[in-house]
Design a protein around this ligand. Sequence first.
Ligand code: MTE
Ligand code: MO
Length: 263
Amino acid sequence: MTKIKRFPSLFRPQGGVDQSVLEQNKGLVDQISRRGLFRGTMSLGALTMLTGCEWGSDGSVEQGLLAVSRWNDIVQGAIFRPDHLAPTFSAAEVLKPPRFNAHYEIEDVKPVDGRTWKLEVSGLVNDKHSWSLAEMMSLPQQEMIIRHICVEGWDYVGQWSGVNLRQFLERVGADLRARYIAFRCADGYTEALDMPTALHPQTILATKYAGEPLPDPFGFPLRLRTSTKLGFKNPKWLTAMEITNTRPGTFFGDQGFNWFSGI
Ligand SMILES: Nc1nc2c(c(=O)[nH]1)N[C@H]1C(S)=C(S)[C@@H](COP(=O)(O)O)O[C@H]1N2
Ligand SMILES: [Mo]
């Protein structure tokens, strides 16, 4: 049986007074503010004023954060800078092996067989053929050393290489005016990107970590790596991609996490 992990969720307070929720996530708020989203104007007090909620009384943390989340989606979409590059790091800073996370424990990872694996491509796209691993590996590869930030409050520098998503979308004749790319994974996980993020120069379909094929727990044979999104918007063990104008449901988004979750 797969154990479902309990996340220290921003959105599901355990009931009663929970002053610690924002405190626990202060690192993330600070990160986002350092990376320019709030430009230093957004304090925890300001969040209270923005949402008109007393943080901590029954259910209000949840309501307040949902309000912030909806506001975030609008503002984040509006201020997203398509060509603004996320910070990159040196090879010496790369964590080896990377730090694992999923909504279950590492022992429950079910490795994907690269010999039979395919990536399905569907929706608003000309070329709907499924891609084998060999075909993916034959495309030009791009490398980036970027920071991974998880909502649980930890981060690491990782070295990822693979196929630039914009170049892949152009190659398969995707409609780049479509609004979303939806992803499905071998473990049933779902995620999605808005098109501007999909077309960002540091968004790739990664096949390697630190120059080696992705180890099984980290998404072999193919995962998404965005430089401008939180960890959970980087689906592992990809099996399908759909180009669509209908906003896709996502594993964490459907539980109330901020859909955009990035800068
Ligand atoms: N398929 C799938 N992808 C997933 C997850 C998952 O549970 N299943 N967890 C996400 C979360 S919450 C994080 S932080 C990152 C962790 O990636 P890593 O193990 O390479 O650090 O993967 C994301 N992608
Ligand atoms: Mo995460």
